[in-house]
Ligand binder design. Structure first.
Ligand SMILES: Nc1ncnc2c1ncn2[C@@H]1O[C@H](COP(=O)(O)OP(=O)(O)OP(=O)(O)O)[C@@H](O)[C@H]1O
Ligand SMILES: Nc1nc2c(ncn2[C@@H]2O[C@H](COP(=O)(O)O)[C@@H](O)[C@H]2O)c(=O)[nH]1
Length: 312
């Protein structure tokens, strides 16, 4: 029996393997922070320099670079070679010149991005029931650094909706006044029923501060934003399949069957508009779609669109 008891070297090995798992998780958390913009890459580099044996210091430069939005593996390799850093290096093990070159690279990137702050306006549109509201709600909850514009609407609140959070619920006279006073960045009659519009003030103020803004609006609104703010990035949310879109609309159970049929007819036309958009995001999974939309706010270069529509 005594032979089955863990010997001191076994105990050491178990402890070491637990410590390695914990360290890997801690490094993954740092990479997530960079990817989601809750921590800047420059700040992580400074921490690594101050404590080379800490979590940040143990991050490989390759992993660090690819966690930065808009840096993929190909670009990372190019940057590593330009900065003359070998792929095996960790942030805490960089020599002084390598650190300086990496710091300069990160600073020039971040100031270039500040200069392009108008491109931080992202419009999320797509057919009825694809999940725009669900994805936008997820972003509101999980990405507090993104301002989610609150629209004005002439429709009545639904159960559970809150004034000033879901919408600003206004009557026709007030909506007319807002239009006349130029208070709306765009507005449209949606589903041939009620008017919806984006209040201009909060969006412009946030962009002037350099904050990211998300508009969850219909396709007519997206077109209007494109005309007035050509730097905005337009994302089209797609369902995985047409049948899934129908399932979501019917499953939501917020419209009569006549209204559902009407929305599905409109949805066919709206799906044809996807090619007017800069990006397409397929809403298989809410968290994943939300991350893709948030990533658009940090990209400097728009990724190439595929030649043909993904789904129509
Ligand atoms: N990834 C997903 N997987 C499964 N169900 C989803 C997903 N995303 C959203 N849904 C569900 O689909 C339904 C429609 O979503 P939502 O109301 O957000 O759509 P919408 O695009 O905002 O619609 P509308 O433009 O008509 O207001 C909801 O019941 C929601 O819970
Ligand atoms: N053009 C705009 N469309 C908007 C705006 N706010 C919301 N919407 C779109 O309306 C429909 C219906 O919304 P619901 O809450 O009544 O189901 C949906 O497609 C939204 O995207 C806006 O400010 N401008």
């Amino acid at each position: 029996m005594a032979e089955n008891r863990p010997t001191p070297p076994d105990v050491d090995r178990v402890a070491a393997s637990r410590a390695a798992v914990a360290a890997r998780r801690a490094r993954a958390a740092v990479k997530d922070q960079i990817a989601h913009g809750t921590r800047s890459a420059l700040e992580v580099l400074s921490t690594a320099i101050d404590s080379p044996d800490g979590v940040e210091g143990r991050l490989r430069v390759t992993e660090f670079l690819v966690s930065i939005p808009a840096i993929g593996v190909t670009k990372m390799r190019r940057v590593m070679s330009q900065l003359e850093i070998s792929p095996s290096k960790r942030l805490g093990g960089l020599g002084k010149h390598q650190r300086d070159r990496l710091r300069d690279f990160l600073s020039s990137r971040s100031s270039a991005r500040r200069g392009a702050s108008v491109a931080r306006l992202v419009v999320l549109a797509g057919p009825t029931a694809v999940g725009k509201g669900t994805v936008a709600g997820y972003i509101r909850e999980h990405y507090p650094q993104v301002l989610l514009s609150v629209s004005a609407t002439t429709r009545a609140p639904r159960p559970g909706e809150t004034e000033g959070v879901s919408y600003f619920f206004v009557d026709d006279a007030e909506f007319d006044r807002m239009v006349q006073a130029g208070e709306l960045l765009e507005w449209a009659v949606v589903h041939n029923a009620y008017r919806y519009g984006t209040p201009r003030g909060p969006v412009e103020a946030a962009l002037a501060r350099g904050d990211s803004v998300l508009l969850e609006i219909d396709i007519q609104g997206a077109r209007a934003v494109r005309r007035s703010m050509p730097d905005a990035r337009l994302a089209f949310l797609l369902p995985p399949t047409w049948d899934e879109l129908v399932r979501r609309l019917i499953g939501r159970d917020t419209e009569s069957s006549a209204e559902q049929a009407r929305r599905l007819e409109t949805a066919k036309l709206e799906l044809a508009a996807q090619e007017e958009f800069d990006y397409r995001v397929v809403n298989h999974d809410v968290a994943e779609a939300a991350r893709e939309v948030v990533d658009l706010m940090n990209l400097r270069q728009a990724p190439q669109l595929p030649d043909r529509p993904i789904f129509s």
